[in-house]
Design a protein around this ligand. Structure first.
Ligand code: FES
Length: 136
């Protein structure tokens, strides 16, 4: 189950549905003859895989040390307030899912925020709200 093709299948399901529905998890569990819990465990290990539908825009704000030293906590607070949701939650209109995450790999350019596949660096609160308001 730890091979690349299994992960590729999970990613393909994620791309197809926007998340991995339980019925697909059940079929995988039968096919690989493993408990469903094991597949849930793999999915929860990877931050890009979801078992629930997500918003159209997945907003990730880094809260690791380098970004924290550049006041990412203020950024996280501003984004939470703007969206009205907390970490791991999705707005009612299904536009945004928010995740406060570990290092995104742009530590010298923090605070860092990602929306879907696009990375934003040196993100001030004002810049974040401007970016979010343009997510249509
Ligand atoms: S600490 Fe934020 S991108 Fe690395």
């Amino acid at each position: 189950m730890g091979d690349v093709s299994f992960l590729e299948r999970l990613h393909n399901l994620q791309d197809t549905y926007g998340y991995i529905p339980e019925k697909e998890i059940v079929s995988l569990a039968e096919e690989y003859d493993v408990p469903k819990a094991k597949i849930f465990g793999v999915i929860s290990f990877y931050s890009m895989l979801y078992t629930e539908p997500t918003g159209k825009f997945i907003v990730r704000v880094c809260d690791s040390l380098s970004c924290y030293l550049n006041e990412s906590d203020d950024l996280v607070r501003a984004v939470k307030d703007y969206l009205g949701i907390g970490h791991g939650e999705t707005t009612e209109d299904k536009r945004f899912t928010l995740e406060v995450v570990e290092c995104l790999g742009y530590c010298g350019e923090g605070p860092v925020m990602m929306i879907n596949d696009k990375v934003y660096t040196y993100v001030s609160e004002k810049k974040a709200l401007n970016i979010l308001s343009n997510c249509l």
